[in-house]
Design a protein around this ligand. Sequence first.
Ligand code: ADP
Ligand code: MG
Length: 295
Amino acid sequence: SVPAAILSALSASARGGVLFKGGAALETLARVDSFAFDKTGTLTTGRQEVVDLACEGDPDIFLARLAGLEAHSEHPIADAIRRAAAARGLKPVPVREARAVPGEGMVGVDDEGVLWAGNARLAARMGARDTPDDRPAPVGGLDRGTQTLVLLGRGARLLGAVTVEDQPRPTARPGLAALRARGVARVAMLTGDRRAVAERIGGDLGIAPSEIHADLRPEDKVRIVAGLTEAGRVAFVGDGVNDAAALARADVGIAMGAAGSEVALQAADVALLSEDLGQLAAAHALARRTARIIR
Ligand code: ADP
Ligand code: MG
């Protein structure tokens, strides 16, 4: 049977918006000394805004196509693109057979053929390159700075791109500081986004550059989490479909509950229903106190 101390800790943490799937996860969290975080939708609000657009041809047609493909995605980037199209009064172009390529973007079919939207890795996969020294014409003029670049292409042809940007959650900086104050050995960021974007957000949050891992595919997140577990117990906090495998691999997987994906919630041991990342340090403290009582 579950000790009373654990039951009372589980219900206390639930009141703070931290839902453990069982007593074992609470006991493991007590031993965790490294926290790794996904960026988009986890350390940031996930509320992206379209900042800039560059394309060949009519920008409205371009954006309507992009929005038609992103209509099938639950990614925060997709939401920003749909809102930008709606703000211009555009009707999304119908796209069928749309599917997500986790950590890269979307692929689908419209009445002119295969359409894809995503990052440079997806562009390379589709045969359309996008590297700093090889910037195809429609995108060449776009200043990507520290924003996320979303490329739209048809087969190997690049049609254009938008840049999107979001901001750290207000509770991220104090939440990470609270974890460090508890003596947590490492706080790391694992993101599928570009390094320039990762360093802007990580820098705002006081994450050491050596702890920022960018341009990761879902399987890279798993590999890095596995590497961290060699030095101690690791909690991974994430929200996306692309985080599910890393959530399962970590000693304690913590899914963002309010806006996170169903797949992430299923893979995790803990759901963080609160928007407040400070609840992580509180849950860690509670887990440690409970472990001392039952030992
Ligand atoms: P993070 O790890 O920061 O949460 P993801 O792994 O979800 O980011 O996505 C990694 C990258 O893949 C994004 O930064 C973006 O470039 C691209 N991407 C993912 N989903 C989409 C989408 N629906 N539309 C466009 N780009 C996407
Ligand atoms: Mg995410």
